[in-house]
Design a protein around this ligand. Sequence first.
Ligand SMILES: [Zn+2]
Length: 351
Amino acid sequence: MTKTTNYVWDSVNDSVLSELDGTNTVTATYTNEPQQYGSVISQRRGTTSHTLHADALGTTRLLTTSAQASSDTYLYDAWGNLITSTGTTVNPFRWVGRYGYYQDSSTGLVYVRARMYQPTAAMWLSIDPILWILFITRLNGVGTYVYCNDRPVASIDPTAWLSSSLTAIVVPGIDSETCEEAWKQVQEEMAKWEVIIRKKGCGAPEFECGDCKGKGGSVVYNQNTKKIRVCIDSCNKAKYNKEELVLALKHEYVHAFDHCKNDKRWECDTLGCSEIRGYSFNCVVGTRWRGKMSYEDCIKKYATQSLELWVKSEKTPPPCKGKEAATIDRLMEKCMVKEGDINAGVVPFPI
Ligand SMILES: [Zn+2]
C-alpha cells in the first residue's frame, strides 16, 4: 500500500512546517524556532501535541505531552542507529532531529535536505552534491560519502552539502574533538601550500591533535610521530583564533619544507634560517607574538628561543651552543621574509 505525504517547507529557515496527506489534509504541524534549520520544538498531530527534548547534539531523547508527562524516550548510537526506545508516538525528528534530520520510518534512512543518510552504513547514500570535485581530487573520492569526517559526536551537517568540516557545525564542549574540527577548518586554508610543497618534491606534513603540555605553542612539531601537532589548548573556545592558528601552521609548513630540502637534518644555520622564515609569519602586525615589538625584533626573539630549545635537545652540543642570538642576527637579512610579502600571500618556498 502506498501512502502520500506532502510537506510544507519553510524555505527561509530550511525546515518542515507541516505534513499533509494525499488529499491535502493537514496531518502534522511543527513549531520551530525562527532560525536556520528550524530547531523543532514541538509537533501537533491530529489533536495531540508533543514537545521534543534534545541532547547537546540535537538528538531527541524525550517527548512530553501537553500535560507534561513523559510519553516516549529514545536512545541512538553516534551514527543514528536506534538502540532502545519506549512509546508509540509518530515522530520523524529523532537522531539530530532538532536540526531537521528526518527519519523515514519505511526505509530506515534519514533525510537531511540535500541528501539521504544511511545509519546502518554510517554514510551518505550519494556523493556530495556541491563540492564533489574538490573531494575527489583531495581525498580520492572517499570523502564524498563520509559523514561529518567520521566525527558524529563532535559535529552535525544539517545542509548535507559537505561531508567535511566546512559546513558541519562544531558542537562545543568536547575539547579534543573540537580541536580536530578546528584544525580541519584551518587546513582548508593550507590547500594552496600543500600543492606547492608537493610540486617541489616534498611531502605535505601530516597533522595530529594533542596535548602540548605547557610548551606554550598553538602548534608544535612532534619529533616522535613526525607530525604537526595542533595543541588542544589553542582550540579551546576561549583561545581559538583562526588567523593565528593559520599563521602558526604556515610556520610549521616552512619547517617541513626546509627539513625536507636539508636532507632531513637540522644544523645551526639551516634551522636558524628556517625559524626566521617561520616567525616571519607569526610576527606580522596584530598577532599576540608581535605585541608591541618591531617586526624584526619579534622574529629575532622567537627564532632565538626556538634555536636555544633545539640546541638543548641535541645530544651532541651543536657549534652554535651559547651563540644562538648571534647566529640568528647573522642570518636575519638573508632569511627573513618581508612583512609586505607575507601580507600579500607569498608562499616562501625557494627552489
Ligand atoms: Zn619553529
